[in-house]
Ligand binder design. Structure first.
Ligand SMILES: Nc1ncnc2c1ncn2[C@@H]1O[C@H](COP(=O)(O)OP(=O)(O)OP(=O)(O)O)[C@@H](O)[C@H]1O
Length: 299
């Protein structure tokens, strides 16, 4: 489990992380979603003891990263896949990491296999494609068989096969009961990968819930009825949140089944009844509307 409490990180005038609180539970893939500069990498770096918090805490299994005697056994991370010695082979890179962390060498071959590095493990890293570098980074993250894994933008720059492979791997790791936090600014990608979403913008928490609820909760029901004014009153009396525009109603946070049932019970004639679901992308843009640091002209 990862517990972030009141986390704040200031760099001079920039408030990179602003009083952020969330928990990442085991057994699920949690997406850490936000636009560029939202503070995702900074938060992950603090969890991994690579940066200091200005205030607040970030704990793994109830402890600070720095307090682990053998951190690779507790937490694995893919941060910057470029941060490796280019002249070494992938296998040597992993062997050195294993040796310095008292991990048996046979584990190196296991993670090479799990990460699908295959024969590439015996080649020098400088000849690796981005996809191979990502796989090597993931092999390194898995080396200590940790219960908690953090992946910073793991699908960046990967082709479709690579993206599919990462999706499958994240799912397996979560199914094994591990805690999996994966950051991305790719909303469509998160929709396919994550069970839960922690959404951030400008260092602040915007939402922390299931992916489904973000999608479903922001949807609404559209109704067209010649008796719209009457139906509006009936719905409001029953506690629904309704907006009316002539013969058209917009019923928030509900489903067509509920609204249809109320119409039937009240003998109200409907000409149209449909659920309008937002894509995560639209939902996300709505949520972060005030929080996007850089936005292209013309949006
Ligand atoms: N070492 C640093 N010194 C100064 N400012 C920094 C530093 N690291 C991050 N920042 C600033 O903090 C803010 C958050 O950056 P961060 O990299 O954590 O965001 P992010 O959500 O990971 O974005 P991206 O998707 O672009 O990686 C940005 O405004 C960034 O410029």
């Amino acid at each position: 489990m990862i517990e972030v409490r009141g986390l704040t990180r200031r760099y001079g005038d920039v408030l990179a992380v602003d009083d952020l609180t969330f928990t990442v539970e085991p057994g699920a893939v949690t997406g850490f979603l936000g636009p560029n500069g939202a503070g995702k990498s900074t938060t992950m770096r603090i969890v991994l003891g690579l940066d200091r918090a200005t205030s607040g805490t970030a704990l793994v299994g109830g402890r600070a990263y720095a307090s682990f005697p053998a951190p690779l056994h507790e937490v694995g991370a893919l941060l910057d896949p470029g941060a490796v010695h280019p002249g070494r082979t992938g296998r040597d890179h992993l062997r050195i990491a294993a040796r310095t962390n008292a991990i048996p060498t046979r584990r190196v071959d296991e993670v090479i296999e799990r990460a699908g590095l295959g024969q590439a493990a015996r080649r020098r890293i400088k000849g690796y494609s981005l996809g191979m570098r990502q796989r090597l980074g993931i092999a390194a993250a898995l080396l200590g068989d940790p219960k908690v894994l953090l992946f910073d933008e793991p699908v960046n720059g990967l082709d479709l096969d690579g993206v599919r492979w990462i999706r499958g791997l994240l799912r397996q790791l979560a199914d094994e009961g591990r805690t999996v936090l994966v950051s991305s600014h790719l909303l469509s990608e998160m929709q396919q990968i994550a069970d839960r979403l922690v959404v951030v913008g400008r260092g602040k928490l915007i939402a922390d819930t299931t992916t489904e609820r973000i999608l479903g909760g922001l949807g609404h029901v559209r109704v067209v009825s010649p008796e719209a004014a009457n139906f509006e009153k009936v719905l409001v009396d029953k506690g629904f949140v309704v907006h009316r525009d002539g013969e058209e109603l917009r019923v928030e946070n509900s489903g067509a089944d509920h609204v249809g049932t109320v119409a039937h019970e009240s003998r109200i004639l409907l000409h149209h009844l449909s659920e309008v679901r937002q894509s995560l992308e639209d939902a996300y843009l709505d949520l972060t509307d005030d929080s996007v640091e850089y936005r292209g002209v013309g949006r």
